[in-house]
Design a binder for this molecule. Structure first.
Ligand SMILES: *Cc1c(COP(=O)(O)O)cnc(C)c1O
Length: 390
């Protein structure tokens, strides 16, 4: 596909049949579909990843948004889920069995280590966590029974970078599948499949939806692999509602436009924070002295809107900084049109695995800011004003 990102986001579903010429797709708000004959009913019931049998098996609104996502990720196919966690849980359950081993990063979105460290051991699946910035650590962790290597770059919340090309190659040599969480980058900024990953997934709740109005997940990759995972998805049953699929499609139409502003705002804020004496550390892969910058520059086209900063004044300064912002909403989540800010030390204690609490990601003065699409000058002024007041 030779079109640019904006064209693809708008026309990536051109092959999907339209209903009665409607330009905006109708919402197919139905749980089930009638067949014209017993024979057709049997065919529909057996179709994998179809969209005309029963909505838990697939729905036209799923098919349409999946077509655009597959195109943007450079994938043969995509499947949608009720949340990002539903996408990864279903994927892992589909692809491992008792005795298998999974390699994951030490830093991930908190739900991923919870899945691997708390749930999967019940089914006889073990895992090893590695430092994502060290390719040799991935090599050392691979075992004969390693089935999956889970990567996330940039990672939540310190924006660490994984060398996706090198890690995918190692996994491939070891007959393991690389599964990349592309939530922070989006396909506009990074395409893990082109770098060698086998599957890419998202919390579509974040940038893909982009408006803090839906919960969804996406998985993209080879159709044969998605067929296998779909067999499990039908069992786990985390089905995306047709209306939420429709909202997600609507969000994706403007993804490339929004990412341009998120990228510009993230970079400008990172520079402004770094120049401020109240800030001890800024974590943003677009800064030339970020330890992962060279790798990020090689595998990303932009660095996104999430910036984390560590305040010299610790927990009290973090609280005051967050309360002093006028344009940021204090809310979990990220990747939306409005700027969102969280103070992880107050938020994640409950959901993180006990081993992670000592991590730098839990430092009391750490703040994660997800820059929205407001004007860059306004966001920089707001952040600077709140830092000046510390
Ligand atoms: C939010 C998030 C998830 C989980 O997605 P949900 O849609 O909340 O289930 C996974 N990975 C990353 C990087 C996230 O930010």
């Amino acid at each position: 596909m030779s079109d640019g990102w904006n064209s693809r986001a708008v026309h990536g579903d051109a092959q999907v049949p339209r209903t009665a010429g409607a330009v905006s797709p109708p919402i197919v708000q139905t749980s089930t579909f009638a067949a014209d004959s017993a024979r057709e009913f049997a065919d529909l019931a057996l179709e994998k990843r179809g969209s005309g049998f029963y909505t838990r098996y697939g729905n036209p609104n799923h098919a349409q948004v999946a077509a655009v996502l597959a195109d943007l990720e450079g994938a043969e196919a995509a499947t949608v889920f009720a949340s990002g966690m539903a996408a990864i849980t279903t994927t892992v359950l589909a692809l491992v069995r008792a005795g298998d081993h999974v390699v994951l990063q030490r830093r991930h979105y908190g739900g991923v280590p919870s899945l691997l460290l708390n749930l999967l051991p019940k089914f006889g699946v073990t895992c090893t966590q590695v430092d994502q910035t060290d390719v040799r650590a991935f090599a050392a962790a691979l075992r004969p029974r390693t089935r999956l290597v889970l990567v996330e770059s940039p990672s939540n919340p310190l924006l660490d970078i994984t060398d996706l090309r090198a890690v995918s190659a190692l996994a491939r040599d070891s007959d393991a599948l690389t599964v990349a969480d592309n939530t922070f980058a989006t396909p506009v900024n990074s395409r893990p499949l082109a770098l060698g990953a086998d599957l890419v997934w998202h919390s579509a709740t974040k940038y893909l939806g982009g408006h803090s109005d839906l919960s969804a997940g996406v998985l993209a990759g080879p159709a044969a692999l998605l067929d296998r995972i779909w067999d499990t998805a039908v069992i786990t049953g985390a089905v995306l509602g047709p209306f939420d699929a429709w909202l997600l499609l609507r969000g994706i139409r403007t993804l490339p436009l929004r990412m341009r502003q998120h990228n510009a705002n993230g970079l400008a804020l990172a520079h402004a924070m770094r120049a401020h004496p109240a800030v001890a550390n800024v974590y943003y892969p677009g800064l030339p002295d970020h330890p992962g910058h060279a790798t990020a520059a090689a595998q990303m086209d932009g660095y996104g809107g999430v910036v984390s900063l560590e305040l010299a004044g610790g927990y009290p300064a973090a609280e005051r900084f967050v309360d002093g912002l006028r344009l940021a909403r204090r809310a979990a989540s990220l990747g939306s049109v409005e700027t969102l800010v969280v103070h992880p030390a107050t938020m994640w204690q409950a959901i993180l695995h006990a081993d992670q609490v000592e991590d730098a990601a839990m430092s009391p003065g750490l703040i994660r800011l997800s820059a929205g699409i407001e004007d860059t000058a306004d966001l920089v002024a707001d952040v600077t004003r709140s830092l000046d007041a510390l």
